[in-house]
Each structure stands twice: as structure tokens, then as C-alpha cells.
Design a protein around this ligand. Structure first.
Ligand code: LLP
Length: 449
């Protein structure tokens, strides 16, 4: 196993991230703890921006907030000059409260509620991505009521399948997302939208999947999108101003993972778009990319404290930590593979084969199957790498586990950006009807409104 670039082992033999000793972090902030390397996030943002500036200047990088969103992260994304892709009122609200420029927001989602659409119009969100006809009609009406036009992209299913886990493929025809190109539904919807007074059609969008290693399918997707744009130009005289190719680039979770680089991916998509436009004499649309995982995934590490170590003779040694599927459901959901090490024994030989399990009441609550670690003992600090994307954002309170805290580290300094949930937070929204209240409790703490 290789340490990530932002990591080193310090003189105490401890794992250090961005100059912060992870054992000290665990002591100070408790565990489980999400640790996010700020410089690494910024570096990835710049890698996208710079590659696009080189290969396709009229473009925008938009961070897919679903991968990891907090107010502080939203500030970093803004400082780096990226746009933001949100998919719910909650993500939109977070961005709004963090002072993110609303005109740089793209609002996705396959079932936006009327309230969410209303909110988007009121906040002045830049682009709304229309996923279905119900939404189109609603949006048209709402925009007209406000005497405005809503700028929209249409989400299309290009019928391209990226080779990744089937739950994270989204570009294939049989998908809950978007409007079909092959079946003619997309053409009909856009032709209709062009007649709606409350709608301004800016262009088209697709997203072919996530954790993609083989980037060739992007080329095919660009080709299918331009075929469609050409068809639309002929049928309706419409030319797109924006082509949004979504996100999806994979990251390193595990030794042997070899995703394409950001530059390779950008170059391929940008090159394909230029070629297709030129070949068809189509005015070059603005290119939008929406990376999530590849901006924050490898910048995140989760720290846990080792508890029970259970040796089942001849079978397996279970090493249980104080978190699990509640803070990282990806192993249970996608059979995701992670790697990590014992942070306080980072320079010791890893000779003990263990399976790292969480503390949830569920046999599928595993974090890493079969990993070599250094002489594990209760109280050790275990670090799991590449947990920046789709961990905190998919965390739950299963078993009423409070969600972990998150710290942002840079230049040897740590800042708390998400406080640890408390037991009080867990019951804060609970209500006990009067008829169920225990009398003897009511005067003390059980009497919640
Ligand atoms: N744009 C759209 C429209 C998307 O649906 C997504 C991800 C992205 C951009 C960002 O994709 P990324 O660059 O992060 O691959 N929970 C799953 C991943 C679900 C991805 C959903 N959409 C996981 O943990 O692997």
C-alpha cells in the first residue's frame, strides 16, 4: 500500500496529513473523524480549471456537491472559481447560506419539488436542469408568474454505458434520470420547450456514470450528444449554447486502481467536443464538466479508534472500530474497497491479517476485508484513505450513532468544519405526544414539546 501524496510518517512513527499528526487529531477531536486536506482539494480544482483553460477555454468546472458538501467546502469551491451542482433544496440552501454566487449554480435532480423549483427561481439559480416533462410545465408556469424566463438544460440519456458498478451507471437508456434520445422523447420535449414563454433553453446535459476508469465512453457520449444536437438543429432550428458532460472520473481507492488523470479526461472530452462541432459546422458550445469524487475523494481520510479484536480460530480476525456503515456506507452498498493503516504504528511492519468491521448491528457493516495491519491493539487509531467523497454526504444515524466531526487540515493546522453530533442532537427533533410521556420524567428532561 502506498501513502497518498499528502501523507508522511513523522518522527513519532505516526501518520501525518498536511503536516497534522493524525494521532493528535484523533485525541483532540475524537473519533470517528473525517479529515480533509484543503490543499489537495484546491489542487484538484486547479487541475480541472487549468486543463480546461488549455483545451477548451469557453468552459466551466462545476463541483458536484453531492460528493461532499459543507459550508466551508462550498467556500473553498467558490474561492477556486468553480461553479456548483446541487440536487436538492438542502444543498441549495447550504450554498446560499455560504454566500455562493447563485448564478454559478446548476440545479439537478430527477424529482424536484415545486418548493425546490420555487426556491431556485427566488434565489436566482443560474441553470435548472430539466429532467422530465412535469418539471418543465411547472417551471414554465412559475417563471411566468414571476415575469421571468428560467434558463434550462435538458438532461438526456445518451444510451452510453460506462463500465462501473451498475448502481452508479446513469447514461444507459433504462435509467430513472433524464429524457431518452433514442426514443425521441428528448427531441419532442425540447421542441415543445422552445415554444414555452417561461423557458429559455440553453443546451443539453448528460452524465454517464461515476468512478469511471476507462474514459473512452465519454467520447462516444459526446458523439451521441452532437448527433442529437444536429438533429435538433434540423428539426427546430435550435443551436445549444451549453454542453454539460457531467462528472464521473474515478479515483484511487485501492492499490492497483489506475484512473485516467484529470488532464487526460479533460483533453479527451474537450477534444471530442471540438472535433464533433467542427465536423458538423456547429458553433462551439460552452463546455461544462461536473466532477465530484475526483475533486474531494482522495483528499479525505477517516480516523477511527480500534475496539474489540475478535480472533475466530482458523477463520478470521475481526478488528472492530468505533464507526462503520453509518459514516461510510459504500462498502455495504457497492462492495467498495478501501485501504488504510494503523496511524500510531505507521512505520511498523504490517503482518497481521484482519477484517475491519464497524459497530453497527448488521453483518454487512464492513469497512475493509482482509488487510494486513501492524500489531493491532485496542485504542489504536486506524486511518482509512480516500473517504472524501460520498462518505460524510451519505452518512446516516443508523443505530443512533452520532455523525462524526470533520476537520480541514492545511500547513500543520486543523480547523473544525463540521462539529460532532451529540446525543442531544439525536433527540432534538423527536416529539413525544403528551399521552406517551412518563409523568415522573416530565419535570426533568423527558418533557419535550
Ligand atoms: N453530475 C451529475 C448529474 C451526477 O449525477 C453526478 C453523480 C456527478 C455529476 C458527479 O459524479 P462524480 O464525479 O462524483 O463521479 N454514491 C455513489 C456515487 C453516485 C454518483 C451520483 N451522481 C458512490 O458512492 O460511488
Amino acid at each position: 500500500m502506498k501513502l497518498r501524496e499528502n501523507m508522511r510518517i513523522n518522527a513519532a512513527g505516526h501518520l501525518e496529513i498536511a503536516g497534522c499528526d493524525t494521532v493528535d487529531l484523533a485525541r483532540e477531536y475524537g473519533t470517528p473523524l473525517y479529515v480533509l486536506d484543503e490543499e489537495m482539494v484546491r489542487y484538484q480544482c486547479r487541475a480541472y480549471r487549468e486543463a480546461l483553460a488549455e483545451y477548451y477555454p469557453d468552459s466551466m468546472v462545476v463541483f458536484a456537491a453531492k460528493a461532499l458538501m459543507t459550508m466551508a467546502i462550498t467556500r473553498i469551491i467558490d474561492e477556486e472559481g468553480l461553479g456548483l451542482d446541487v440536487v436538492s433544496g438542502g444543498e441549495l440552501y447550504t450554498a446560499y447560506k455560504a454566500g455562493f454566487p447563485m448564478e454559478k449554480i446548476i440545479f439537478h435532480g430527477n424529482n424536484k419539488s415545486p418548493e425546490e423549483l420555487q426556491m431556485a427561481l427566488e434565489y436566482g439559480v443560474g441553470i435548472i436542469v430539466v429532467d422530465n416533462l412535469l418539471e418543465l410545465e411547472r417551471l414554465n408556469k412559475m417563471a411566468l408568474q414571476k415575469g421571468r424566463k428560467a434558463s434550462v438544460l435538458f438532461r438526456l440519456t445518451p444510451g452510453v454505458e460506462a463500465h462501473t458498478h451498475s448502481y452508479t451507471q446513469t447514461g444507459q437508456q433504462d435509467s430513472k434520470f433524464g429524457l431518452g434520445i433514442r426514443d425521441g422523447v428528448a427531441r419532442e420535449a425540447i421542441t415543445h420547450a422552445l415554444t414555452l414563454p417561461g423557458i429559455e433553453v440553453k443546451g443539453v446535459h448528460c452524465h454517464i456514470g461515476s468512478q469511471i476508469f476507462d474514459i473512452e465512453p465519454y467520447k462516444l457520449a459526446v458523439n451521441v450528444m452532437f448527433d442529437f444536437l444536429e438533429e435538433l438543429r434540423t428539426a427546430a432550428g435550435f443551436e445549444a449554447e451549453i454542453l454539460d458532460m457531467g462528472g464521473g472520473l474515478g479515483i484511487v481507492y485501492h492499490e492497483g486502481d489506475q484512473p485516467a488523470t484529470i488532464e487526460e479526461c479533460v483533453q479527451l472530452i474537450a477534444g471530442a467536443a471540438r472535433e464533433e462541432a467542427e465536423r458538423r459546422n456547429y458553433p462551439l458550445p460552452k463546455l461544462v464538466l461536473e466532477p465530484g469524487r475526483s475533486l474531494v475523494g482522495e483528499a479525505g481520510t477517516t480516523l477511527y479508534t480500534v475496539g474489540s479484536i475478535k480472533e475466530i480460530p482458523g477463520i478470521r480476525c475481526y478488528l472492530a472500530v468505533d464507526g462503520g456503515m453509518a459514516d461510510n456506507p459504500r462498502v455495504a452498498l457497492y462492495q467498495a474497497e478501501y485501504e488504510g493503516l494503523i496511524a500510531n504504528k505507521a512505520n511498523r511492519k504490517r503482518e497481521k491479517l484482519v477484517t475491519i468491521t464497524g459497530k453497527c448491528c448488521e453483518s454487512g457493516d464492513m469497512l475493509i476485508w482482509d488487510i494486513l495491519v501492524a500489531d493491532p491493539e485496542p485504542g489504536d487509531i486506524l486511518a482509512i484513505f480516500s473517504t472524501g467523497a460520498y462518505n460524510y454526504s451519505m452518512a446516516s444515524n443508523y443505530n443512533r450513532l452520532p455523525r462524526p466531526a470533520m476537520v480541514l487540515v492545511q500547513k500543520g493546522q486543523a480547523d473544525l468544519i463540521v462539529a460532532r453530533e451529540t446525543y442531544e442532537d439525536l433527540i432534538a427533533l423527536d416529539r413525544v405526544p403528551a399521552r406517551l410521556r412518563l409523568q415522573q420524567f416530565s419535570a426533568v428532561s423527558g418533557d419535550r414539546p
